[in-house]
Design a protein around this ligand. Sequence first.
Ligand code: ZN
Ligand code: ZN
Ligand code: ZN
Length: 377
Amino acid sequence: MTGAVPASFTADDYEARMERAARQAAGAGLAGLLVAPGPDLVWLTGYTPTAVTERLTLLVLAAGRDPVLVVPTLEAPDAERAPGASALTLRDWTDGKDPYATAAAAALLDTGGRFGISDNAWAMHLLGLQKALPGTSYASLTEALPMLRAVKDAAELELLAAAGAAADAAFEEIRGVAFAGRRETDVAADLAALLRRFGHSQVDFTIVASGPNGANPHHEIGDRVIERGDMVVLDFGGLKDGYGSDTSRTVHVGEPTDEERRVHDLVREAQEAGFRAVRPGAACQEVDRAARGVIADAGYGEYFIHRTGHGIGVTTHEPPYMIEGEERPLVPGMCFSVEPGVYLPGRFGVRIEDIVTVTEDGGRRLNNTAREMVIVD
Ligand code: ZN
Ligand code: ZN
Ligand code: ZN
């Protein structure tokens, strides 16, 4: 889901994005793109339907043709107010009519080609399109054009930096609240309230993983009461003005043991190494290798059980992925997390995560709170 559309983008911006997408689709051998409501649609047009229902809304993009937005008649007035609407031809369909025939006719989809379709398009819509357009085939839009939204423009970078600064402000406040004796859910509620106070319209996750729960990177929150002596992994983010934040810090309740300090220092060093590997032209996997190498060299390789990072933009998880095997190069303007961790089953976990953007001469962090271990009460 997406939040409010930032006012930073004009109809020209959306027109340029749609042209670029159509061109990239043609370059990938696709007849066009079929875009359902969700992150791709909001990025391409600024349009988010008030509610996503069984009624078909579909943006049809094909190189050399005007973009067409197929909408239910009763939602057409809303679509007309979308920031990118002036760059679109609206084709509405009324209840009782066949929306797939409308989509096919409006977009001249009679070529039987291969189309990229939004990953989050409903299966019923894809089935309807297949029936209305015999001979067409479909590819996942994200798989076909993984880097479509990956390189951010200056206005997008500003919004991502502002979202990161808001998440940082939330961390500066949360480190002052009481941890010992409260439930993970209590601290998570504080975090969510802080993200909203600092301008987030949508909170996507507030992970508070204390003590042994920290060893499970997927642990969200539970009723466990946080105790003195616990490591606590905090990982939180959401959308502010339509763009994402995502940061992790691992705090300790009271004085840590030598081992806890050592593991935390190790993850910090790995995070730094991952950050330093960020430069234009480096393969995404080099960021993963740099961070993972530090942890493996210290003998903790088997305890770092996830990829090093993921892209961020109008969603909080998207390409590019910092993972072994991803050989595509980093390009200035890309934004992604660098978030190595060490997870010791039954004991504790440590994760440190910043959003980083690629600049002409390296990387720039969009999260800037202390990466040294913070002691909380
Ligand atoms: Zn401890
Ligand atoms: Zn995170
Ligand atoms: Zn993340």
